[in-house]
Design a protein around this ligand. Structure first.
Ligand code: ATP
Length: 201
C-alpha cells in the first residue's frame, strides 16, 4: 500500500487535508512532530543540536528550548542551514523507520506523511506519491489572518521566503486545489481517496 507525502505552502491546508484523510482511514504522520522527537532528550539529533548551538539552548528539564533555538537561527541563513543539516536527515530516517514499522504491523491503507519541507529537504524518494495542496494567495492570506492573526504583509513575507508552488508542483503527482469551502475540499478528497484505493487494489 502507498506511502503518500503531503506538502504545500504555509496556510495552504495541509493539516486540514491530512485530518480529513485520517478520517477516511489513512494513517497520518506529521513530519514536524517527528522532527521534534529527534531533538528530544535521547533522540538522534539531541547531542548534535547542543554541540552546534551550545548549552544555552538546553532548558532546566534537559529538553531543548525551541523558542531559544528559534531566536538563534531566525534571520541567520548559516545557522538555519546548520540546524536543518542536523534535524532533516534525522527526521527523514525517523519517518522511514516509522513507515516501515507501520507496514510491518499490518497497516493496509495508505500512510500519509504531512511535510511542509518535503521538497526543500529532498525527501521525495521516501514516497510512492507526492500530493501538493495549493490555494490561491488571497485565500491563504485570509485564512492565516483568521487562524493566527498574522497581518497580510507578514503572511506575504512568509510566502515569499518559501519555495513557490510552481516549483513544488514539478515534484507532485497530484495537486489538490483547496480553493473552495471546507465542504468542497472534503468532497474533492472523497474522490481522490476512492481513486487511490481503486488504483492500489
Ligand atoms: P501551516 O503549514 O501554516 O501549518 P497548513 O497548510 O497546515 O498550514 P491548515 O492549518 O490546514 O494549513 O489551514 C490553514 C487555515 O485555513 C486553518 O485555519 C484551516 O481551518 C483553514 N482552511 C483550510 N482550508 C480551508 C477551506 N477550504 N475553507 C476555509 N478554511 C480553510
Amino acid at each position: 500500500m502507498l506511502t503518500i507525502g503531503l506538502t504545500g505552502g504555509i496556510g495552504s491546508g495541509k493539516s486540514t487535508v491530512a485530518q480529513i484523510l485520517g478520517e477516511f482511514g489513512a494513517t497520518v504522520l506529521d513530519a514536524d512532530k517527528v522532527a521534534h522527537t529527534t531533538y528530544a532528550p535521547g533522540g538522534p539529533a539531541y547531542d548534535a543540536v547542543i554541540a552546534a548551538f551550545g548549552a544555552q539552548v538546553v532548558a532546566p528539564d534537559r529538553t531543548i528550548d525551541r523558542k531559544k533555538l528559534g531566536a538563534i537561527v531566525f534571520g541567520n541563513p548559516e545557522r538555519l542551514n546548520k540546524l536543518t543539516s542536523i534535524v532533516w536527515p534525522a527526521t527523514r530516517e525517523s519517518i522511514r523507520r516509522n513507515v516501515s514499522e507501520l507496514r510491518a504491523s499490518g497497516a493496509e491503507l495508505p500512510i500519509v506523511v504531512e511535510a511542509a519541507i518535503l521538497i526543500e529537504a529532498n525527501w521525495q524518494s521516501l514516497f510512492d506519491e507526492i500530493w501538493l495542496v495549493r490555494a490561491p494567495r488571497e485565500q491563504v492570506v485570509g485564512r492565516i489572518e483568521i487562524q493566527r492573526g498574522l497581518k497580510p504583509s507578514e503572511s506575504e513575507a512568509r510566502i515569499r521566503a518559501q519555495l513557490s508552488d510552481e516549483e513544488r508542483a514539478k515534484h507532485a503527482s497530484l495537486v489538490i486545489e483547496n480553493n473552495g469551502s471546507l465542504e468542497e475540499l472534503r468532497n474533492l478528497l472523497k474522490e481522490v481517496w476512492a481513486d487511490v484505493l481503486k488504483r492500489n487494489g
